[in-house]
Design a protein around this ligand. Structure first.
Ligand code: ADP
Ligand code: GLC
Length: 487
């Protein structure tokens, strides 16, 4: 498995959680998994690390010296450890950011991730050739690793030892495609003929994800609804044609969560722990959260927001209705970072309504856990959401999600309706239009239900008792791997 993020090494969003949890669960199921990541700055873990390979890669006639370090992560007593390979090339990866700094992407991201892809294939070749390990499958995630499948198809002579390896590309977010100027194509080391509409060319630029979609042996995404959405113009971000031309279709497998890391009964980031049977600790978490965000300890519903501040997440819809919300009995706690303009707007509303809005601009894992636990409701008004993990965490923490009905949000939240209340299956609220009116009326509905103590409690319990673990999804991936390997 190759990816650009994985906890605890590097994280900007859900991809990092997914990669590690899936790799661990597959190992627990008995598979031998090696995870390849760029060796970024500041990745110290508790595991011993040793250098296992050193080689050079030729990029634009220049030799680039890469080292690979290995960590063995224990999984279960019965299973093989998860082997993590960190691909180090410090001029590219020993930096303060993962993809960007001060809100600007690194200008050499194409150089960085093509080098990473080539190093991944180099490592696989060494494993096969020198160590006699048979690698069956390479699971790629997002544009940063998509080019691996292109290299395998386009340079069969260079990677002949790997001709039996199948590639699965999982798309976590079509909004990020790895688009670069045509002039940079030479850096990829690919034959110039591949800069064509049937391969990597996209409106005159290079599109790494497009190349991966065309060359990978199979393509999947992280929920069944998103798999259907992305073959439409509304959600396809310009790649709907390429996606729908894959005759085998796009598979949709819903993410799970790491139920050891995200467990209100064991979470040591929390000031108190709790279970569905005894929610007393959740009240302690709520009071601590109000304090931490500088809000008065009042008996009002607290709405939590955790997420990247981007157009995708629809938090601007919240800003549009902030005046209406502030006239209601509630508080909002906000944890996020991202677009500079949105950050400024959130700072401004927080200053205006300091009694009711708590804000933390930044990335803070501990605080994310505390918001998930201490809030009563979690807002995710996403314009699109491939899967979404925050709402899954909120379900597990007894924090009722209010989401837009799209992608994985539609697949994972059982909406409040007479029938779902009757069957005790309702776990949250959703709305369909990506509009602030729809968001406002859904929040109002949730606030009304919040007052119906029994119904609200049933919703909390239904969410907390759902099986959100990785087991089922990891088994689905394993089924796909097997089918691909046997083809
Ligand atoms: P996405 O991957 O699109 O960002 P997800 O809901 O799948 O959305 O995953 C987001 C992950 O990132 C969750 O684990 C969430 O807790 C975390 N996260 C997002 N923003 C922050 C932040 N500002 N501080 C800490 N964790 C954050
Ligand atoms: C992406 C998506 C998010 C998904 C995550 C992990 O960042 O935006 O919806 O949960 O990847 O798959």
């Amino acid at each position: 498995m190759a990816a650009s993020e994985a906890v605890p090494y590097a994280k900007t969003g859900g991809l990092a959680d997914v990669v590690t949890a899936l790799a661990m669960e597959l190992s627990a199921l008995g598979h031998r998994v090696t995870l390849l990541l760029p060796g970024y700055r500041g990745q110290a873990t508790q595991n011993a690390r040793r250098e296992v390979m050193r080689f050079s890669i030729l990029v634009m006639q220049t030799k680039t010296e890469v080292t690979v370090e290995e960590e063995l992560v224990p999984v279960t007593e019965a299973s093989h450890p998860l082997r993590v390979f960190l691909v180090r090339y410090d001029p590219y990866f020993d930096r303060p950011g993962i993809y960007q700094e001060d809100h600007h992407d690194y200008p050499d991201n194409l150089d960085r991730f093509t080098l990473f892809c080539r190093a991944v294939l180099h490592v696989l070749r060494a494993l096969t050739e020198v160590q006699g390990e048979a690698v069956d499958l390479l699971h790629l995630h997002d544009w940063q690793t998509a080019l691996c499948s292109v290299y395998l198809k386009a340079l069969p002579g260079e990677y002949k030892e790997l001709h039996t390896i199948k590639t699965l590309l999982t798309i976590h977010n079509l909004g990020y495609q790895g688009i670069f100027a045509a002039e940079e194509f030479g850096k990829t080391g690919l034959p110039p003929s591949l800069f064509s509409p049937s391969a990597l060319e996209y409106y005159g630029s290079i599109n790494c994800l497009k190349g991966g979609i065309i060359c990978a042996d199979a393509v999947s995404t992280v929920s069944p609804t998103y798999a259907k959405e992305i073959i439409t113009a509304e959600y396809g971000c310009g790649l709907e044609g390429v996606l729908s031309s894959r005759i085998d279709g796009i598979l949709g497998i819903t993410n799970g969560i790491d139920t050891k890391v995200w467990d209100p009964a064991r979470d040591f980031y929390l000031p108190a722990r709790y279970t569905a049977a005894n929610l007393a600790g959740k009240q302690v978490c709520k009071r601590a959260l109000q304090e931490e965000f500088g809000l008065p300890n009042r008996e009002v519903p607290v709405l939590g927001v955790v997420g990247r501040l981007t157009f995708q997440k629809g938090f601007d819809l919240l800003l549009e209705i902030i005046a209406e919300l502030m006239s209601l009995e509630l508080q909002i706690v906000f944890l996020g970072t991202g677009d500079y303009d949105l950050e400024q707007q959130f700072k401004a509303v927080q200053q205006k309504y300091a009694e009711k809005i708590g804000l933390h601009i930044g990335f803070d894992e501990r605080l994310a856990h505390r918001v998930e636990a201490g809030a009563d409701m979690l807002l995710m008004p996403s314009r699109y959401e491939p899967c979404g993990l925050s709402q899954l965490y909120s379900l597990r923490y007894g924090t009722v999600p209010i989401v837009r009905r799209t992608g994985g949000l539609a697949d994972t939240v059982v909406p409040f309706r007479p029938s779902t209340v009757e069957s005790k299956s309702a776990t949250g609220f959703y709305f369909t239009d990506a509009s602030s009116d729809a968001l406002l009326s859904t929040i109002m509905l949730a606030l009304r239900v919040y007052k119906e103590y029994e119904t609200w409690n049933l919703m909390i319990k239904a969410g907390m008792s759902e099986d959100l673990s990785w087991r089922r999804s990891a088994q689905q991936y394993a089924g796909i791997y097997r089918a691909m390997a046997e083809k």
